[in-house]
Design a protein around this ligand. Structure first.
Ligand code: FES
Length: 105
């Protein structure tokens, strides 16, 4: 299992807001919603759209390419045209630092 990697400061990401970070060479979308942080692959399972460039809709991220939605808490696909879940990753906050650990499944 991979280790937690420090990716950002809490104060750098507005709430609600999102950004893209790099963890072990993977691009990860990091979301800040209602005081908590969540992370998924920055890759839409429909055609590779960059999820962190999409709009947040509550706990959903809307792919900027063709509008598929994913739950940022679980990676579950919520609407077409994507049909497969994206990966969600573990996030922890210590002080002002945000850490992500990749879920390798
Ligand atoms: S690439 Fe995301 S909906 Fe098509």
């Amino acid at each position: 299992m991979s280790d937690f990697v420090r990716v950002a400061k809490v104060s750098e990401i507005p709430d609600p807001g999102k950004t893209v970070v790099e963890v072990d060479d993977a691009l990860i979308a990091l979301y800040h919603v209602n005081g908590a942080f969540y992370a998924t692959d920055d890759v839409c399972t429909h055609d590779g759209g960059p999820l962190a460039e999409g709009e947040l809709d509550g706990y959903a991220i809307v792919c900027p390419r063709h509008g598929a939605k994913f739950d940022i808490r679980t990676g579950k696909v919520l609407s077409m045209p994507a049909t497969k879940d994206t990966r969600a990753h573990e996030v922890k906050v210590e002080g002002d630092d945000v850490y992500v650990r990749l879920n390798e499944d």
